[in-house]
Design a binder for this molecule. Structure first.
Ligand code: NDP
Ligand code: MG
Length: 402
């Protein structure tokens, strides 16, 4: 069955006006998190935020909590716990601290939908916990599906929990599939902007510095995904994300570079018809769509103007130069624990690059060597995914002398 058919709104998500959807915003201080709060603030009759979480930015978390008055907040970094608790004392907000509290918060009863906007592997456990408790998921954290997509989606099906994508490409595909529940997908076409180094070759990339790599032409995003976009790793992670979200075979997923980022992705059906979802690049739209699904809610975001004769162009990705995309495809096709290994090595590489410990092209070397080193497991259990992640992280860190 076409997976969108499974994405029924949960019983608690009744039509707007009858009651507000309670949102648990995991990763509220990030790029997605702050934009989600803008959407919530603009729609006070439809949404109320009941949980906010941050890793270390307690100052922003405190400001957000004072404004939105959630029932609970989580500050992961222990050293920031006391300051957060004191700042919010007397406000009736439960303040939780430490890594484990993310899962504890995900087990609370006070929300209908988790917006999973933590970056990286750290988002996996709380999202699994939310699924275990039958909560709907609006998923920005693609690493969750890259690491353990088969298990996450299986558990979501068992719990009849919708997993609605926030990633713009996947939101586009999801939107194209509405009304097509009985029709098979021939393939999906994921669009890629190409990032800040589109058209560049290795002799240029070897000297690229952090500040330059963080400048994305079309999107303003967190640091990790900005680097992933510059290396095209982001598109590789998105291929794996799409594989699980839409239950596809690897060969049904194509990437095309579309520098204007107006077509957010496309679906080709068995009759050859192609549906695209389009609009100006603005993450608030897919965030709002995921939170409000199946409704569309009006907004005042700028509109794309076709009359302004903007050119829409397409080209194949250069996987010889941007080898991270090729490595991701290898992980996608081989499956097993290889995507988890790829993801862990990438997280360490990006960390090293952002701290000027390694160069731009070295990131690929670290990932490739880690993929060669960690033993392959064809059908990992959840524990084996966690172990593969830890082993890959340790090995990649040893290559960087971290
Ligand atoms: P940011 O780096 O801007 O924000 C990350 C959020 O996660 C922050 O709230 C941060 O807290 C928190 N966080 C970081 N590390 C941990 C940890 N170890 N444990 C718990 N919380 C942690 O990321 P983005 O908002 O850009 O991205 C979030 C996710 O959404 C990523 O998976 C990304 O791939 C995906 N995504 C993002 C898009 C975008 O436009 N930004 C587009 C599509 C997908 P603190 O601020 O305290 O550090
Ligand atoms: Mg994307």
């Amino acid at each position: 069955m076409n997976p969108v058919a499974q994405q029924k709104p949960a019983a608690s998500q009744v039509v707007a006006g009858e009651h507000r959807k309670r949102i648990a915003l995991f990763g509220s201080t990030g790029s997605i998190g702050t934009q989600a709060l803008d959407v919530i603030a603009a729609n006070p009759d439809k949404f109320v935020v009941t949980i906010l979480t941050a890793h270390s930015n307690h100052e922003l978390l405190i400001d957000q909590a004072k404004k939105f008055r959630p029932q609970a907040v989580v500050i992961v970094e222990d050293a920031k716990y006391n300051a957060t608790r004191q700042a919010l004392s007397g406000m009736g907000i439960q303040v939780m601290g430490g890594q484990q509290s993310l899962e504890d918060a995900a087990a609370l009863d006070c929300y209908d939908m988790m917006l999973a906007a933590i970056v990286g592997f750290a988002g996996l456990r709380p999202t699994l916990k939310a699924i275990e408790h039958g909560r709907s998921i609006a998923l920005a954290n693609k690493e969750t599906l890259v690491v353990a997509g088969d298990i996450v989606m299986q558990r979501a099906v068992e719990k009849r929990t919708p997993v609605i994508p926030v990633d713009s490409e996947h939101s586009a595909i999801f939107q194209c599939l509405v009304g097509e529940t009985r029709n098979r997908i021939e393939k999906i076409i994921l669009t890629a902007s190409g990032g800040p180094f589109l058209g560049k070759k290795p002799n240029y990339l070897v000297n690229v510095k952090r500040e330059h790599a963080l400048q994305h032409p079309n999107w303003s995003m967190g640091a990790k995904i900005s680097i992933d976009s510059a290396t095209l790793m982001n598109k590789g992670l998105e291929m794996i994300e799409a594989r699980w979200l839409f239950n596809l075979k690897p060969e049904q997923i194509q990437v095309v570079v579309h520098p204007q980022s107006i077509i957010h992705s496309m679906v080709q059906f068995e009759d050859g018809s192609v549906k695209a979802q389009m609009g100006l690049p603005d993450m608030k739209l897919p965030i709002q769509y995921a939170m409000a699904f199946p409704q569309r809610i009006p907004n005042v975001f700028p509109r794309f103007d076709f009359a302004k004769s903007t050119q829409l162009s397409f080209e194949p990705p250069d996987i010889k130069t941007f080898r991270n995309l090729g490595l991701s495809m290898e992980a996608l096709y081989k499956g097993g624990n290889l995507p988890a290994v790829l993801n862990a090595a990438n997280e360490i590489s990006v960390y090293g690059f952002l701290r000027n410990r390694i160069g731009f092209l070295d990131m690929t070397e670290v990932i490739e060597r880690t993929m060669q080193k960690i033993p392959f497991i064809a059908k990992p259990s959840l524990e084996e995914y966690f172990e593969s992640d830890a082993e890959a992280r340790n090995f990649a860190a040893s290559l960087l002398n971290l």
